[in-house]
Design a protein around this ligand. Structure first.
Ligand code: TRP
Length: 330
């Protein structure tokens, strides 16, 4: 019984600043909901992965910011341990090397995220080798912590294939070392740009609502967002409905939204009413978030102590896994 799980739910988040409301609905909220189901969970900020695009100092700077964001969005430190990946940098790096030995160059060259990146950069010959090792480093994270289930978005599925293949091959060679992690695909709701075309994204700031946006500006952005002609359901309207319902869980408000939308579909002129409601919902949500976040960052020792505890859990798991790995390779 070597290959025991240590963590039920495990995932990594990127240290990027400026989360949008679409990031919240697509990535943060599903994680917060999974955590509520009571599993023992561990979440980390993948600052070493983000060295693919950032200087170490930049990656590091955003770590605490993103932790503050996630805590203010509902991640509960009593249920979830949180650590920064680089606080166990030695273990992650060493494990990455050991696993890289069992990964072929051709397998990594076939990973679609790498292929797309190379295709879409002007100078593919300058792409760095860390990009290439990305899935192997993910395997190091997950296998070190002996994770049972890994919730990830669709974009990470190909990486998870490499992780599971590595765990199986390593076991086949050295014995029952790693428990095999299950992939839990998080269904991601698509929130569109307020400008009407494409996904809401940071790169089109006018069509995106940021969690840090000024509340008066948010209300204006929503009022000038794309609307649907009476009687017609559009992708953009559907996205607004999703946005409203995801941000406000009150069933009475959901009924109100449904009745406004059925009036709209009957041809009545109610888009103004709907937008007012949407603006109220978004502004209320952001106000609560911003208040909670300000509270959280007021005392820096609060986040320090959460990260310290998380790091000690992650380190203990990683060291005991490495002991097992070393002894199985003798
Ligand atoms: N690659 C993930 C992302 O870009 C982050 C990540 C790194 C991760 N290591 C992981 C996710 C291990 C789950 C498990 O979002």
């Amino acid at each position: 019984m070597k290959a025991e799980y240590k963590v039920e739910l495990y995932t990594g988040i990127r240290p990027t600043g400026d989360l949008t409301i679409a990031n919240y609905i697509g990535a943060v909220k599903p994680l917060v909901e999974l955590q509520k189901q009571g599993a023992k969970s561990l979440v980390f900020v993948a600052d070493m992965h983000s060295l693919t695009d950032n200087e170490p100092a930049v990656a590091n700077k955003f770590c605490r910011e993103v932790v503050a964001d996630y805590l203010a969005l509902g991640l509960d430190p009593n249920k979830t341990n949180i650590y920064i990946q680089s606080s166990i940098a030695y273990q992650v790096s060493y494990m990455t090397m050991l696993l890289a030995r069992h990964t072929s160059v051709s397998e990594l060259l076939r990973v679609p995220t790498l292929k797309d990146k190379l295709k879409n950069t002007e100078h593919p010959e300058t792409a760095n080798a860390l990009l290439f090792l990305y899935p192997v480093m993910m395997a190091a994270d997950i296998l070190l912590q002996r994770a049972k289930s890994v919730p990830v978005g669709e974009d990470q599925l190909a990486h998870m294939e490499v992780v599971r293949r590595l765990a199986r091959d390593f076991n086949a060679r050295y014995g029952d070392v790693f428990p095999i992690p299950a992939v839990q695909q998080v269904k991601s709701l698509r929130i569109l740009s307020l400008k009407g075309t494409g996904k809401m994204s940071k790169s089109v700031p006018g069509g995106a609502i940021f969690l840090t946006d000024d509340l008066a500006k948010v209300a204006k952005k929503i009022k000038s967002a794309e609307t649907a002609t009476e009687g017609v359901m559009t992708d953009s309207l559907q996205s607004h409905i999703t946005l409203a319902k995801e941000l406000c869980g009150d069933p009475a408000v959901h009924l109100n939204i449904d009745s406004i939308i059925s009036e709209h579909l009957e041809g009545k002129q109610v888009m103004g009413v709907f937008k007012d409601l949407l603006a109220t919902i978004v502004v209320d949500f952001l106000r609560q978030f911003q208040t909670r976040r300000a509270e959280i960052v007021k005392d820096p020792s609060y986040i320090d102590s959460i990260l310290k505890e998380g790091a000690s859990v992650a380190l203990a798991n990683a060291e005991s896994t490495l002991d097992l790995v070393r002894s199985s390779m003798k």
